[in-house]
Design a binder for this molecule. Structure first.
Ligand SMILES: [Cu+2]
Length: 464
């Protein structure tokens, strides 16, 4: 139980390898789920025509119920991401991009066939307070594209903060087809990203809750966002619905599908419409990639729900964002490049939805028991016990931690026993556990650097 890390400013979390079946966006035909479980999927505003004014601003958003707001970037009036630009093939469009940031940026039109000087790559820098005015003919076929900063060395940071947006190109061929195209109603853009949040202590960031964008640490965030929203849901009409899916991750790929394993149809990819719809039950979506899918909701009961999920467990070794593969070619347990089920448990936990967290952690335990790695089983049990403490089920939490205590010396277990005993009013009994937890956990440089307050608390409560 060595690797522990924070993404909240108050909750410790354990990272291990678990299967992934994560709700990215819940699609339902009528709002019927408990409001506390999900947040409304945000649909970016739409701009259409031939002249597009974009201004990139620094703003902020409260992604978490407690703590500081997160500093974000957004185009135009929002507080994360930007408007969807709708343009027609053959049009000459005039873009006006105003950089209201204190930093230089660029805006790259991802997927467009345009002259290099209009492309918004690292060379077309937009200095703070200036306006960039490229103009070009739309040569691309009808499909889904996107725009995002592409400045050398800061693309990840600026994209992580939220600078990006969809582009929808329409053309005559697409217009002639009986496809859903009422934006925001039956034709929805959905961008998948993930984020890690910094604590106050980490790298001296004040205030906390800020996005982390360290190149090596943050290729795989642990809060999953759909259109910038955690645990997103949307009510959809009981008919065919078109989803324009974009993977705007730094590195993670997705193996997307629906919770009832239904067939859906891929109708377009990065380059435009396919010759014919392709029926699938799962679909890989790699970084920067877009697909358009048709989802048939016409036979669903009004009020029923459906989850769009990433089924990343069991992918081949090296799949970016796979969950731990039990039998990769080299015989190891696979790289720790994600742990979505476990991390989603912690996301729920941080949001105060302990019941939902418990469901995720119990699923993680079942997976680990199946795959027989005793250390990972131990971590999974610890996560469950920690959640039981949050639920106020102190006796159950203590019983599990007491069992884990028999296994080996473990500061995290001692800390939990101490906290449970304290919560039960057993102050004298808790003291030696706080003392032992402090003695061990204060040896971990990461914890000392990143969770100073937690270590101090152990020291104070363990003091005779
Ligand atoms: Cu790009």
């Amino acid at each position: 139980m060595k690797v522990i890390f924070m993404t909240g400013n108050h909750t410790s979390r354990m990272r291990n390898l678990v299967p992934c079946a994560v709700i990215l966006a819940t699609l339902i035909s009528s709002a019927s789920l408990p409001a506390a479980t999900y947040n409304p999927l945000w649909i970016p505003p739409m701009i259409s025509g031939t002249t597009f004014n974009l201004s990139l601003n620094q703003t902020n958003r409260a992604f978490k119920p407690t703590g500081a707001k997160t500093v974000t970037y957004a185009f135009n009036s929002g507080d994360f991401w930007g408007p969807t630009l709708v343009m027609n093939k053959g049009d000459v469009v005039q873009m006006r991009v105003t950089n209201n940031l204190a930093n230089t940026t660029t805006v790259h039109w991802h997927g467009f066939h345009i002259p290099a000087i209009m492309d918004g790559g690292p060379h077309q820098m937009i200095a703070p307070g200036t306006v960039w005015t490229p103009s070009f003919i739309i040569k691309n076929d009808a499909a889904t594209y996107w725009y995002h900063p592409h400045l050398h060395g800061t693309s990840q940071e600026q994209l992580t903060k939220g600078a990006g947006g969809f582009i929808i190109v329409r053309d005559a061929q697409e217009a002639a087809l009986p496809l859903p195209r009422t934006y925001g109603v039956d034709d929805l853009p959905v961008v998948f990203t993930s984020r890690r949040f910094l604590t106050n202590a980490y790298q001296g960031v004040t205030p906390g809750n800020q996005f982390a964008y360290d190149h090596h640490l943050d290729n795989y965030g642990d809060y999953l966002l759909a259109n910038g929203v955690t645990n997103a849901q949307i009510s959809l009409p009981a008919q065919f619905v078109r989803l324009r899916l974009l993977n705007a991750e730094i590195e993670r790929g997705y193996n997307l599908g629906f919770s009832d394993n239904r067939i859906f149809h891929v109708i377009a990819n990065d380059q435009g419409l396919l010759n014919a719809p392709v029926p699938v039950t799962r679909m890989f979506l790699m970084v920067g990639e877009r697909v358009e899918i048709l989802l048939n909701l016409s036979t669903n009961t009004v009020g029923s729900s459906l989850d769009l999920k990433a089924y990343n467990s069991g992918q081949v070794f090296g799949f970016p964002g796979q969950e731990g593969n039990p039998l990769p070619p080299n015989g190891s347990s696979g790289p720790i490049n994600s742990s979505l089920l476990n991390n989603t448990g912690w996301t729920y936990h941080d949001m105060g939805n302990y019941d939902a967290a418990l469901v995720k952690f119990e699923a993680a335990l079942a997976f680990q028991q199946e795959h027989g790695d005793s250390e990972k089983v131990r971590i999974a049990r610890w996560c469950i016990a920690r959640t039981l403490r949050s639920l106020g089920r102190l006796d159950d939490a203590l019983a599990t931690q007491r069992e884990l205590e028999k296994g080996k010396d473990d500061g995290y277990v001692w800390e939990e026993i101490a906290e449970i005993l304290l919560a039960q009013g057993e102050i004298a009994e808790s003291k030696p556990y706080f003392h032992r937890a402090h003695a061990e956990l204060s040896q971990d440089p990461w914890l000392v650097a990143n969770e100073a307050a937690r270590i101090e608390r152990l020291r104070d409560l363990g003091h005779e």
